[in-house]
Design a binder for this molecule. Sequence first.
Ligand SMILES: Cc1cc2nc3c(=O)[nH]c(=O)nc-3n(C[C@H](O)[C@H](O)[C@H](O)COP(=O)(O)OP(=O)(O)OC[C@H]3O[C@@H](n4cnc5c(N)ncnc54)[C@H](O)[C@@H]3O)c2cc1C
Length: 416
Amino acid sequence: MNVKPVPTLDERINDIRMRTAEIVNEDILPNERRLWPSREGRELPERDRSEAHELRAQVQERVRKAGLWAPHLPTEYGGMGLDFLAHAYMNEVLAYAMGAAKLFGVVAPNSGNQKILVKYGTDEQKRKWLLPLVDGTMESGFSMTEPENAGSDPRSLTTTATRDGDHWVINGHKWFTSNGIDADFFIVMCRVVDGTGELGRSGQMAQIIVPTSVKGVNVVRGIGIWGRSSSDHCEVVYDDVRVPIENILGNVGDGHQAAQDRLGAGRVYHCMNSVGQMWRAFDLMVERATQREVHGGLLKDKQFIQGFIADSYQDIQAARLMTIHTAEKVDRNDVSARTDISAIKVFVPAAYERVVDRAIQVWGAAGITNDLPLAAMYQGARTLRLADGPDEVHRILIAKHVLHRYESGEGWDFGN
Ligand SMILES: Cc1cc2nc3c(=O)[nH]c(=O)nc-3n(C[C@H](O)[C@H](O)[C@H](O)COP(=O)(O)OP(=O)(O)OC[C@H]3O[C@@H](n4cnc5c(N)ncnc54)[C@H](O)[C@@H]3O)c2cc1C
């Protein structure tokens, strides 16, 4: 990956980017296949598995020593304590290598749960759930989406947490609870039924910590996706699950805000990840074009392929600059960043999909093999169009904000 200091960035952010790139280039990219050996339909030999485990631990150790561990967490919880912009700029570099985020201590959905626990957790909840998540002795999931109700409209959720003395009794049906196979606990989004009103108004949403070992938590299956027979995105039935009242995160009524906190500005990070992956796909495409001979000439000399390169260059530049512009607005607490967050949420995954699609085309059959990261990127890009709030919901929001300005007698100021 060719990363040089950016003249407009301060020294500190450039230093983080350069040191991240060093690890990506020296430790991760040359070892990608050994770090993440593919099963390809067969049981992975023990030798490959333990080699991968050891290699990952070595890279993680170097990341820790370089002070680049857990960019999303404050220093008191073992993270880098990065500000928003620095984190965004770091992400485009580390996302260049598939799976690198995990080697830098950022693993969804654990990372989102860690941030929720940092913000809403009591000291006791942090001790019991956050610290083990950070040191890797526990795994977690976030359980919000339900098969019977629209995930894009969280107000429609029907899972209930009914107060019974000093316990919540949870009943509901969720799916796409990621990391559900390995999780030790889930953070479950519930509608509260509590006549006492002690913790907030009955009927409102709350997020409640539910250990997966509690009776009544049934992980029904890892849902098959993209033609594979299974995944770690799980269907979960909560059947009269009893957890102590103090497992609530914040108060009754905080559930929606906590879900927003989790996604909200975090979409900027996801888009910077997409930019890093587009960058990788672009490099792969251009390098191949300079080497592959077809019909008596190199691909790079064919105008169709030059068109792919030019269009991809524009897609990446537009996606990156839009995302940085949004990150700067979020960083200075500009409320109009809401519109830009929605705009990048729609634009960037679509641009990512186009860039990867062209890279696959240039590589021919090799483009869809597991020998290259392109096929996985393609599925990832497509999935992003419906995760993090489907595109349509964000397009509605953009139009709503714009129309509101015009209806109140103002035009849109594209300079701000
Ligand atoms: C890989 C992956 C991982 C996930 N991980 C998690 C997880 O860990 N935890 C969790 O709780 N959930 C998770 N999800 C679920 C995800 O959050 C939901 O899929 C998403 O919120 C959309 O909800 P839905 O699938 O119910 O689609 P629906 O809400 O049913 O929407 C379906 C489609 O309707 C259209 N639509 C929606 N609203 C409008 C509108 N107002 N106007 C016009 N069209 C509209 C959109 O095209 C949308 O794609 C994951 C999903 C995926 C794919």
